[in-house]
Every structure is written in structure tokens, then in C-alpha cells.
Ligand binder design. Structure first.
Ligand code: CIR
Length: 254
């Protein structure tokens, strides 16, 4: 069954890491309510949601995607690029260990799960400011025995690979090509986000449904014109923390 691990918004979210955005006050209660709606949408789409309690002292802990790479055979706990986030893996590893054998990345590797876009048995990994060559190499070494291929992708101008491109099914990738070097993505249909919505390339695919933030109506229209089934969710508060829709869940089969 498709399963999602999520974690409640930390009351300290206003102390989150910021790279490309300027600080804006985040309404914690509103962020929490939007997060519950996100969980509700996953449930509506048939996903079993395991909702973990907040980590009060870890402002970015709601962004569980960054802390682990989960494939059918193993879960790899990352060593995140931002030092303030590294202990987020502890409680998540406890939960994930009920479903997968656990491996740990080690220094000097850094890697954030937001930089990993998996399509079948290929994992595209953004060489972002959070993910270094050692991180990409360790991921490759962990996954090679199971027949996965790891390919590095050059990028600039955005936080994570999946801030700039996401797999949306039907051999298609929603992309902002001014941020992502698409040379590694040959063979896929690339659907460019509208110029008015450069941040819209972060999308979460659940079966045949593409979830995007409610703030990107032109992207929604573009995808619907092409026959995609799209659902939107309001994530405006966590967008201020540089979060999107993929980062708030870790999705795997269990
Ligand atoms: C950070 O900078 O690490 C958080 N404020 C945002 C992380 C968002 N993660 C993601 O898109 N995968």
C-alpha cells in the first residue's frame, strides 16, 4: 500500500533555513492547518498517512523528504546539507526501520532528499548547494547492488533539484529549464512551467494524480490541457520556508 510519513509543523518553523527567500513571518497555526489539509488530500487519494508529532527544536523537521531516500529494498538516511537539520533523521529512522533496513550516509557526504528525483530505477540527483559529490557517490554505492542508476544533474538558481523539475507520470517532467540543465533528461517529455510561475515545477505524483500548490493556476491549466489529472493544495505558509508539495512527505510502498 502506498504509505506517506509526514511530520507536524514545528512551532519553531520561523527559525527555518532560508537560501533564496527573504524572511517573511509564518503563521504557525495556519501552516499547521494547511499541512493537515495536505495529509487529508493524500488520504483521499488512497495513501496511508503516518503522521509523526512535531520536533519542537528542529524548525525544518516538517520537510521529511530531505532526511531519507526510500526505495523498495532499503532506506538511506541522508546527511543533510544544512547542519541545523542533521538530527532530523533520528526519529525518522526509528519509524522507517519498521519498514526497511536502514543505511546511513557519512561525512563528508551531504545530500538532501529534495535533490533526488526517482523515475523507475534511475535516480537523478541535483548537484545543489545542499548535495555534494560525495553524497551522490555514496547514494550510488548504496543503491548499485539493487540495480539502481544514479545520475548527477547540474542546476542553478533554486534550492533543490525538485524545486526545478518533477516527474509527473506519462514519461513527462514538469520543469523550469532556466534552473535545471536538461541534458541528463533526454528521452522524457519536458513540460515547461509558465514564465509567470517559475516556482511551479515542484509537483507530487500520487498514482495518476499530480498535486501542485494552489498558487499556480496557469501551471494547473497547462497540465489539464495536456490531459493530466491535477489537484491543488494551499501551502502558502510553508512556501515562505522554501517548501513545496514533495518535501512534506516520504512516500513508499509498505
Ligand atoms: C530548508 O531550507 O532546508 C527548508 N527551509 C526547506 C526545505 C524544503 N525541502 C524540499 O523542498 N525538499
Amino acid at each position: 500500500m502506498l504509505t506517506a510519513i509526514t511530520r507536524a509543523v514545528s512551532s519553531s518553523i520561523n527559525a527555518c533555513e532560508l537560501t533564496f527567500h527573504l524572511q517573511q513571518p509564518i503563521d504557525v497555526a495556519r501552516a499547521a492547518s494547511q499541512h493537515r489539509s495536505y495529509e487529508e488530500l493524500l488520504r483521499e487519494l488512497g495513501v496511508r498517512v503516518i503522521s509523526l508529532p512535531e520536533e519542537r527544536d528542529l524548525p525544518d523537521a516538517v520537510f521529511v523528504e530531505d532526511a531519507a531516500i526510500v526505495v523498495d529494498e532499503v532506506a538511506i538516511m541522508t546527511r543533510m546539507g544544512a547542519e541545523s537539520r542533521r538530527t532530523e533523521i533520528e526519529s525518522l529512522a526509528r519509524t522507517l526501520s519498521e519498514y526497511r533496513p536502514i543505511k546511513y550516509m557519512e561525512a563528508p557526504a551531504t545530500l538532501d532528499g529534495g535533490d533526488v528525483m526517482r523515475i523507475g530505477r534511475t535516480l537523478f540527483v541535483g548537484a545543489s548547494s545542499r548535495t555534494n559529490t560525495d553524497g551522490i557517490d555514496q547514494l550510488r554505492d548504496f543503491l548499485a547492488p539493487y540495480g539502481y542508476e544514479v545520475k548527477a544533474v547540474e542546476m542553478r538558481g533554486c534550492l533543490h533539484l525538485k524545486s526545478g523539475c518533477s516527474y509527473i507520470g506519462r514519461n513527462s517532467i514538469l520543469i523550469n529549464r532556466s534552473w535545471i540543465d536538461a541534458t541528463q533528461l533526454e528521452g522524457f517529455e519536458l513540460i515547461e512551467v509558465p514564465a509567470t510561475e517559475p516556482n511551479a515545477a515542484n509537483a507530487l505524483l500520487i498514482d495518476d494524480t499530480v498535486i501542485i500548490p494552489a498558487s499556480f493556476p496557469e501551471t494547473k491549466a497547462t497540465l489539464e490541457e495536456r490531459g493530466f489529472s491535477v489537484r491543488v493544495v494551499d501551502v502558502s505558509e510553508l512556501q515562505k520556508a522554501e517548501g513545496g508539495v514533495t518535501c512534506k512527505s516520504l512516500i513508499f510502498n509498505a
